[in-house]
Each structure stands twice: as C-alpha cells, then as structure tokens.
Ligand binder design. Structure first.
Ligand code: GLU
Length: 293
C-alpha cells in the first residue's frame, strides 16, 4: 500500500507594517504559534505591505523586533506581498478576461458626495458589514469602448469584482468551517453584503482581498487564525477562492483585545503598542497576562 503523506497544518500571522504592533497583534501571533506547535504544524509570517503609501521599512523592522522579543519564531524568509504584485496582477487579468471584474472610476470623495446626496433625499444608502457605503454601480454598465477611452485618457481607476455576475458562476450558498470565538461550525458566507469589492486599487496593484486569498493558497495555508474583525470578510475570500479554484482553509476568528475603555485597539493608540510596553519594562509574561493567555 502507498502511504499518502498527510499535509502538515500551516498557520500564518499576516500583519501590515503600517503602524506599530499592539496587544491585539500579540494575541494573534501567540495563538497562531501555539496552535502550530500543538498540531505539529508550520508557522509562517507574511508581511502584508501592498499599501506602499502607508507601509514603511521601520514598521516592518518593528514587527521582527516585537516577534523576537515575544519569543515567536517563523520560517525565514517571510513572504512580502510587495514583492509579488505580478502574481496578483496575473490572477486579476484572468478574472477580467472572464468578465468578472470591471474598471471603476469614482474617487473616494465622489462616492462620499454621492452617498451624502442620496441620503439627504431618500434615506440610508446600503453599507457593507464594516459600515462603509457600497460602491455605486454606474461603472458596471459602461461599454467596453467607454472603459477603454476613460483608461486611455489617464483617469485613475480601480478594478472591482462584479459581485452579481461572480455569484451567478458559483454554487451558492458558499460556506466556511469556523472554529473561533464567535459563531462556530459551518458558516454561510454572504459575499453580496460587500457589494462590488475592490480587487486592485488605483494606488496599489492589488487589494487586501485578492492578495490574501492568493497568498493563503500559494503558501498552502490550512488554518487562518485572525481577529473577529475579519469574520465577515471571509465571505469575500470564500467567493474569490471558489472563482479561482483555490482550496479553502479552516478559519478561526479570535476575540479582539480591547483597551481599558473597552474600545478596539488601533495602531495609532500608542498605549498598547508592544514596543512602548517593552520600554515601560513589561515582561513577555505580563503581555500574555494582559491579553488573557
Ligand atoms: N493584514 C491584515 C491586518 O493586519 C490581516 C489579514 C489576515 O490575517 O487575513 O489586519
């Protein structure tokens, strides 16, 4: 009999170097490392730096310093998304060729003005699970000629998924296996709640949603352990995975760490930054205690 080798579980911690790591990142990193160790799995670090305007080498260096201090080691070298734009572009091209993505031309300011005008007249504009207004659909109906002309004339554009068309090409409902701190079990994915999501931005040749699913597949990630703030985004990830025939990892969305006032932590909130806490003399055991581990 031929023994089929069982794939080792693969975990990843995927911070963006757009600010200092805080206690919430420490929880994510420890959980990933601990779950990898407990299952005899691998632990990868991925630097999610597609936002070239906000990500800096200093913040990236801070990630390495903080993880080393916490005693968390990772397989070297880490994958840096900014070195793989061509891969995301190739995946996007395939979606464009299949008629599943279209160029969108409205700026953030234009969308905001449109939504405000609508809401003054007619009541609430639909919003995504994060509370951001859904992108207006006008660009979806432009002719090929018009699109080409607008792009040729140099108008900045992003590429968006045609959500309705994408959903018509997959068996619904989509779902994912969830083992985290919120709802568990087989979760029904509702990607339509996000509208026509961005696949590549006018200022970055990819988007979070596109690059995260490509990388999880390319890196053979079997378990995605991340904060509950990304729970609903998983619906978009499942849709993209299904469209691109990529495997679905198991998802574990963990509780978020709140500050003393009960607010979600943010990178601009210096008080809970790991480097700051280290400077104030806290030990790694103190950090584990603070995040309830
Ligand atoms: N880069 C994302 C963040 O820093 C995490 C993405 C993920 O784990 O899927 O919030």
């Amino acid at each position: 009999m031929i023994a089929i080798p069982r794939q080792k579980p693969v975990f990843r911690f995927a911070p963006s170097p757009n600010g200092p790591l805080h206690l919430g990142h420490a929880l994510s990193a420890f959980l990933n490392r601990d779950m990898a160790d407990a299952s005899g799995g691998r632990f990868l670090l991925r630097i999610e730096d597609i936002d070239l305007a906000r990500c800096t080498p200093e913040f990236e260096a801070g990630i390495y310093t903080d993880l080393e201090w916490l005693g968390i080691d990772w397989e070297k070298p880490p994958r840096r998304q900014s070195e793989h734009f061509a891969e995301y572009q190739a995946a996007l091209s395939k979606l464009i060729d299949r008629g599943l993505a279209y160029p969108s031309f409205l700026t953030r300011g234009e969308v905001k003005a449109r939504v405000a005008a609508f809401e003054r007249e007619s009541g609430p504009w639909p919003r995504d699970p994060d509370g951001s207004p859904l992108y207006p659909v006008d660009d979806r109906d432009r002719s090929e000629g018009e699109r080409r002309e607008m792009i040729a004339s140099g108008i900045k554009h992003a590429w968006r998924l045609d959500m309705a068309k994408a959903l018509s090409q997959v068996d619904t409902p989509l779902s994912w296996t969830e083992t985290g701190d919120g709802d568990r079990g087989e979760i029904v994915a509702e990607p339509s709640a996000w509208g026509d999501v961005v696949l590549s931005r006018s200022d970055a040749p990819s988007s979070y949603h596109l690059s995260v699913v490509i990388d999880d597949a390319l890196q053979d990630v079997t378990h995605v352990v991340r904060g509950l703030d990304l729970f609903h985004a998983t619906a978009v990830h499942r849709l993209l995975q299904t469209l691109m025939h990529l495997p679905a990892p198991v998802y574990h969305h963990h509780r978020l760490v709140a500050d003393s006032a009960g607010r979600k932590l943010s990178k601009s909130d210096g008080d809970t930054g790991l480097a700051e806490l280290r400077k104030r003399g806290l030990s790694v055991a103190d950090i584990r205690h603070l995040i309830g581990l």
